[in-house]
Design a protein around this ligand. Structure first.
Ligand code: GLN
Length: 543
């Protein structure tokens, strides 16, 4: 396939996935590779452009992450961001030192708008800085094209060689014109055509899948979450009834979710596929009994998944391919792409056991970010409500119960979570109906247009929210009697891309109502806590 590719070379910076997302938002396909990737491999990929990311090291130090000088001599445009800009300067004969003034946060930037990379950018703009070092001397052939008060080389250019460097981070939203600058690099410098669009992705994937599968049999691991649902529908469009979807109800789903999934993908739903529901809750509870270490729980759940599939596959007969809804952040977070440390192993990536009874695994969404998966879902005609469902981790409630898992605990967290979701949604919808009415927009309460309704949700509405069960028990008093029960933690975050997140500021009265209902309605829970932690340092899930 001859598609435009931009490479993001990862030096371990915090915002590296954002760099890739911004490139794709500009309709250019890109992938992240470690700085350790050999230069020949980079050449063989024939990129239209290369972006070097930020990184924690100081490039002049012994053993710091580096790159081959040849990278800048291939005739391929290169843009260095922060560490990348520093490294480019150092490798090409400039100098980098500890900066006399470190800059962190919003910083005023004065820009030379005659540079192709700053076309359409305001002369006085703002950028996001995060650096200790700076370029003290530029390499031969370079000139300054932007400055800050403390930084004479906030942006540098060698137009003849198409080499550019920014000391700041254009990929974060705190650099308001950053996406435009990256777009300028892609279109004005790399001369990309910008043909990365979701409709072409769907057509391309259907073709590829057909070619790969031939008349083989395919088994899809369906969890009912957005990713695996989109993967399943994509596969069913490509190979129809050659596909069997196996939905493992591992007893770690949200309340009533198993039945909801069956209603959509089962025989009464709109899709023409083979659907098998396996009720495996007991089996999981036995395997998980007494296990409290998060990584072990994830591994056990992932492994059991595969075992159940193997068994189903044997019943179906020869099965050649297994489909999974792995997406790009899973791959990168599992330490398989780029430089990021292993934070958690995702059950369908790092948790995959060595012995798998299938010829091959197909992961059609492996290179997509979440918002891209949603676009594909809409493109495929999947109902809006399913496409915009909250993300739910593969290991399910298994990792929303801190410590060991049991049927009783699952029930507690399911019931608490259902109450929480019900109240938040009701409050947000009520707010939306009123806001819409105030704006003169009529939304039918009986049969609301969900997309329209969502657009009037309050600003506090979390992007993801759920209840988790802590393994803390504490003393309480209910009906004059001593209780010694569990504490439920409510989590709610605002996030654009799930790489960073902040705790959502849900109005207190709504939280109080949720607390009240949980204590009154859920047996075994006598305390409700609200998790204020952002990501980083926390993760969205608790384990
Ligand atoms: N570590 C380098 C510095 O402190 C680069 C930082 C970065 O890439 N954000 O300047």
């Amino acid at each position: 396939m001859d598609k435009e590719l931009v490479l993001v070379i990862d030096f371990g910076g915090q915002y590296n996935q954002l760099v890739a997302r911004r490139v794709r938002e500009n309709n250019v396909y890109c992938e992240i590779y470690s700085y350790r990737t050999p230069i020949d491999q980079i050449k063989a990929m024939n990129p239209k452009g290369i972006i070097l990311t930020g990184g924690p090291a100081s490039c002049y130090e012994e053993g710091a992450a580096s790159c081959d000088k040849e990278l800048f001599e291939m005739g391929v445009p290169v843009l260095g961001l922060c560490y990348g800009a520093q490294l480019m300067s150092l490798v090409l004969g400039g100098n980098v030192e500890k900066a006399p003034v470190r800059e962190y946060g919003h910083t005023a930037l004065k820009v030379d708008t005659s540079s192709p990379i700053f076309e359409g950018v305001s002369e006085n703009t703002t950028c996001w800085m995060s650096h200790n070092d700076y370029i003290s001397k530029i390499a031969p052939g370079f000139k300054a094209i932007a400055t800050t008060e403390a930084c004479p080389y906030a942006a540098i250019a060698n137009d003849d060689e198409k080499l550019y460097g920014f000391q700041y981070h254009p990929e974060v939203l705190h650099t308001p014109e950053g996406t435009k600058m990256l777009g300028n690099f892609l279109y004005n410098v790399c001369e990309c055509a910008g043909d990365w669009k979701m409709d072409s992705f769907v057509q391309e994937q259907i073709g590829l899948i057909r070619e790969k599968v031939g008349n083989g049999k395919v088994l899809c691991a369906l969890s009912g979450g957005v990713d695996s649902s989109v993967a399943a529908v994509l596969l069913s469009k490509a190979v129809g009834k050659q596909l069997t979807c196996v939905f493992v109800d591992h007893g770690l789903l949200r309340k009533d979710e198993g039945d909801q999934v069956e209603a959509v993908f089962g025989p009464d739903g709109p899709y023409d596929l083979n659907f098998i529901r396996v009720n495996a809750a007991e089996r999981y509870y036995v395997k998980l009994a007494g296990i409290s270490e998060p990584e072990r729980k994830r591994k056990i759940i992932g492994e059991e998944f595969i075992r159940v599939f193997e068994e189903e596959a044997k019943k179906i007969g020869r099965v050649d391919f297994l489909v999974q809804g792995t997406i790009y952040p899973d791959v990168v977070e599992s330490g398989l792409g780029g430089e990021s440390a292993v934070i958690k192993s995702h059950h369908n990536v790092g948790g995959l056991p060595e012995h798998v009874d299938f010829k091959e695994i197909i992961e059609p969404l492996r290179n997509l970010f979440k918002d891209e998966v949603r676009k594909v879902g809409l493109e495929l005609g999947i109902p809006d409500q399913l496409v915009f469902r909250q993300p739910f981790p593969g290991p399910g409630l298994g990792i929303r119960i801190i410590g060991d898992v049991s049927a009783e605990k699952v029930k507690m967290v399911q019931d608490s979570d259902a109450i929480y979701r019900e109240e938040i949604e009701a409050a947000a919808n009520e707010y939306a109906y009123e806001a819409a009415e105030a704006a003169g927009v009529k939304i039918d309460r009986e049969k609301p247009d969900h997309a329209l309704l969502r657009s009037y949700w309050p600003s506090w509405m979390p992007d993801q929210y759920f209840a988790a069960l802590t393994n803390m028990r504490s003393v309480g008093v209910m009906g004059d009697e001593r209780t010694y029960d569990f504490a439920v933690a409510l989590r709610a975050v605002k996030t654009v891309d799930f790489m960073t997140a902040e705790s959502a500021q849900i109005p207190y009265d709504i939280l109080m109502k949720v607390m009240n209902r949980i204590i009154n309605e859920v047996r075994g829970v006598n305390r409700v806590l609200y998790d204020l932690t952002s990501k980083p340092p926390g993760t969205v899930e608790l384990e």
